[in-house]
Design a protein around this ligand. Sequence first.
Ligand SMILES: [Zn+2]
Length: 121
Amino acid sequence: MSITLSDAAAVQASSATRTSHGAAVGTYSLSSLLTCGGCDRRLQPSRTAAGERVYLFLCGCRWQAIDAGLVERVVRDRVEAASVALVAGAAASDLGPVFRSLFVEVRVGADVAALTYRWRI
Ligand SMILES: [Zn+2]
């Protein structure tokens, strides 16, 4: 498999819309990828009142939001374990297209550390 720069740029451009909360979707590199392990529904990128980036379980399976930086780092580490070249030198804002090209979804189980990856390849 390969990821070209033009592919990444195209995906990034198309994802530059904004949520109702005013946060750029592009800053949530796992938006549209994280799903609830309990019911398969998508998690919602959001911010806490304090301005921290989080992913919310709108389904109600869990009440506690996931720290966005934490789960994005866990997924990045997983990708890096598979191939350092894929994420080497990538800024946090560049990871979304990389993640979306690699994964169909990332399921969140009982714990942020207990992620289940569905790879495209
Ligand atoms: Zn759920």
